[in-house]
Design a protein around this ligand. Structure first.
Ligand code: PMP
Length: 313
């Protein structure tokens, strides 16, 4: 896969091929590492790239770093400029994924002795086309793996080690011929899918596990709850049973990578009529407009990169 010309590392733009690290760092450096997954969307008409909810993602990065006790040497403002400048330097004109990652520097010397640890922060990007509007629909199962819980690992932040849990569930789903799975939490309630939160529509209401259900503090989840309320759709955040999905009308995954991905079948129960539902479609359309800035809604959620200005230089 072609890669951008530059990435950002500890305060500087670095040529992609020069951003190397010693092999002795492989292993423990990311066990306590954290990351963000951010997307930028191209608006062809405006010839502009918009980063979605950049501030909220960077604030979550700061919370993640705090929780794993990695020192963060940059402010949200510093990192905002770093990302905007990087996208401009790479002349990014396509839907893209932005991946900031904080990890333990010098893990060759330090493993458990964390208070002295120093962090390294890298930000790189890659093309990631949207699947909104393509009628992607998933069939899922309930995972045999439980979602990590607060008394074991911190589910609300993006610690890289947390992701082994979702990987196991995703591999299990794929091996059994499903597209995804839902992980239950230690209370036996639905938590989320590998790498995405989950929502359900029942009797016109939008229902999603609350933030103490062992879910990531998802920015897409938050955006969709705001959008739903603005569309007059009643919203419930509360513990959710798996059987509510079996008898529900609509369901979908949501997340930066997942966007809004309908789930039309769970454990061989069709959800509703087994087709993408009307509220899901409505939310997909409103979410896509907010991401790309096609109808002016939610301007505070978009950071323009200024790619249009580059073209006229
Ligand atoms: N849960 C997990 C475990 C995730 O990795 C993600 C993707 N970041 C989500 C939920 C959705 O979060 P967000 O909407 O912030 O991307």
């Amino acid at each position: 896969m072609a890669h951008p010309a530059h990435l950002w590392w500890n305060g500087k733009q670095v040529a992609w091929d020069d951003a190397t690290i010693h092999i002795s760092e492989v292993g423990w450096s990311t066990v306590g590492g954290v990351f963000e997954g951010i997307r930028a969307y191209w608006n062809d008409e405006q010839q502009e790239l918009y980063v979605f909810r950049l501030r909220e993602h960077l604030e979550r990065l700061a919370r993640s770093m705090k929780l794993v006790r990695l020192p963060l040497a940059f402010s949200v403002e510093d990192l905002t400029s770093a990302i905007v400048d990087l996208l401009r330097a790479n002349e990014t004109r396509e839907d893209s994924y932005i991946f900031p990652m904080g990890f333990t520097a010098n893990s060759y010397a330090h493993r458990y002795d964390l208070p002295e640890q120093s962090a390294s922060l890298v930000i790189h990007t890659k093309p990631m086309p949207s699947h909104l509007g393509k009628d992607v629909a998933y069939k899922g199962r309930i995972a045999s793996w439980r979602r990590i819980s607060e008394d074991v690992m911190p589910p609300r932040v993006k610690n890289l080690s947390n992701y082994r849990n979702g990987q196991l569930a995703r591999m299990e789903a794929a091996a059994d011929g499903y597209d995804t799975s839902l992980l239950l939490n230690q209370q036996g309630k639905v938590a989320e899918a590998p790498g995405a939160c989950v929502m359900l529509v029942r009797d016109g209401k939008l229902i999603t596990p609350d933030l103490t259900s062992s879910v990531l503090e998802s920015i897409t989840r938050d955006a969709l709850l705001v959008i739903a309320r603005d569309l007059g759709i009643p919203v419930e955040e509360r513990p959710v049973d798996r059987t509510e999905f079996y008898v529900g009308d609509e369901a979908f995954l949501c997340g930066t990578a997942a966007e809004v991905t309908p789930v039309v079948e769970l454990d061989h129960y069709p959800i509703g009529d087994g087709k993408i539902g009307p509220i899901t479609r409505k939310l997909q359309a409103a979410y896509e407009a907010a991401l790309r800035g096609t109808n002016g809604t939610y301007p505070d959620w978009r950071t323009p990169v200024g790619v249009a200005a580059l073209a006229t230089r």
